[in-house]
Design a protein around this ligand. Structure first.
Ligand code: SF4
Ligand code: SF4
Length: 376
């Protein structure tokens, strides 16, 4: 990687270069009252001058005076939608095929995709999906090979972010081809661009920037360090897996279960939740059968259906399952936490349930019970 960091004054050449290389560029843009993700034809479609105010169960756009493009919270739609689509056909079969029905896999659309503006929490989430979903030669692996990642070091955490507590951010450390740090200030918007791979270095070498001096690098590091210090949320100290084992019979599960609507929003917006179901259907004539994979949620009562009924029939049991897996048993399965601290589940929960608040409440209850046991 011969190209050193560059200072860019515009992102348009980056978008143009990616499109010239055959990538569809997907990045943040203002859509339907949110900063969502969509295909971009020009860097002008980035959400320059938009920030957001978020809280448990609340999201609102607001204007920013500094014109920044990446100073907004994690979008409601995560990059998961592009790597692991919400719905995908597995096969179709026609009754009138000569020789009888044959299940045929759909043709895959060959598509190079550039993800522009991936925050550190979401880089970690992509690494989680890679670990879980990659089968050599499989569809996920083939799709993943076509993806170019432009990360953005986070300089503006939202009120619901806690990536510093999960060790995911706010600095992008690995898993990207290029990383940008957005610098605002009297000199206007500038972007420190650094390569993270050979192909990233190749692309960086084609961009019209100036070599970034020590002053720009120091400014970028300071902005990211300050972001870590501004995160207002965190998780309890200590081993969360042990804490959740100890909290198995906690009264807090009933408390949160009374508030939880079991709508599954938290699992849909979570960038690491990967569960799917398979659905079979036929057309009205019965001439064509189709099998599809679609996202599923452990909050759905049928998710745990065994012979005779669901294993987790109540809201408290389903919330406990989700939280205990995400922050506890995920370690046993995959050697790390399933939560990257993006805060999406807090913002998009219609009941305003906050995973960090629930964890602190559980910790308090477990510690109080332990203290009572010692005293008795
Ligand atoms: S925690 Fe919130 S978002 Fe998740 S299922 Fe319950 S009500 Fe829905
Ligand atoms: S559990 Fe919530 S905060 Fe953690 S990664 Fe999922 S959506 Fe983000």
């Amino acid at each position: 990687m011969g190209t050193g960091p560059l200072l860019l004054t515009t992102l348009e050449p980056l978008v143009v270069a990616l499109r010239e290389d055959g990538y569809r560029v997907v990045g943040p843009t203002v859509r339907d009252g949110t900063v969502g993700l969509d295909e971009l034809e020009s860097a002008d479609e980035l959400p320059y001058g938009w920030g957001v105010d978020v809280e448990p169960g609340g999201y609102r756009l607001r204007r920013r005076a500094d014109g920044a493009a990446f100073a907004h919270a994690a979008s409601p739609r995560s990059w998961k939608s592009y790597l692991h689509p919400p719905r995908r056909p597995l096969w179709t079969a026609r009754r009138d095929e000569p020789g009888g029905p044959v299940a045929r896999e759909p043709e895959e659309e060959a598509s190079r995709l550039a993800l522009l503006g991936v925050r550190a929490c979401d880089l970690r989430a992509i690494a989680v999906l890679d670990r879980v979903l990659t089968v050599p030669g499989g569809r996920y692996a083939r799709r993943r090979e076509q993806i170019f990642v432009v990360a953005v070091n986070c300089t503006e955490p939202a009120a619901t972010c806690f990536c510093a507590a999960t060790g995911s951010g706010p600095a992008a450390r690995a898993g990207f081809d290029l990383a940008l740090t957005e610098l605002t200030g009297p000199d206007g918007l500038r972007y420190l661009a650094e390569a993270g791979s050979e192909r990233g270095a190749g692309l960086l070498a084609r961009l019209p920037g100036t070599p970034a001096g020590e002053a720009a690098r120091t400014e970028a590091r300071a902005a990211v360090t300050a972001a870590a210090g501004r995160m207002g949320r965190g998780l309890p100290e200590g081993d969360l897996r042990d804490l959740l084992v100890g909290a198995r019979t906690a009264a807090r599960w009933d408390d949160v279960g009374r508030r939880c609507l079991t709508c599954g929003n938290c699992t849909m917006v979570c960038p690491t939740c990967f569960c799917t179901s398979v659905e079979d259907s036929t057309d009205l004539t019965g001439g064509t059968a189709r099998r599809e994979e679609r996202w599923d949620s452990c909050f759905d009562v049928d998710f745990s259906y065994l012979h005779g009924g669901p294993a987790r029939a109540s809201a408290p049991s389903r919330y406990r399952q989700w939280l205990s897996h995400k922050l506890g048993t995920w370690h046993d399965q995959f050697g790390e936490s399933g939560c990257v601290g993006c805060g999406r589940c807090i913002v998009w929960c219609p009941a305003g349930i906050d995973i960090t608040e629930e964890m602190h409440a559980l910790a308090e209850e477990v510690h109080a019970l332990a203290a009572e046991e010692v005293a008795s």
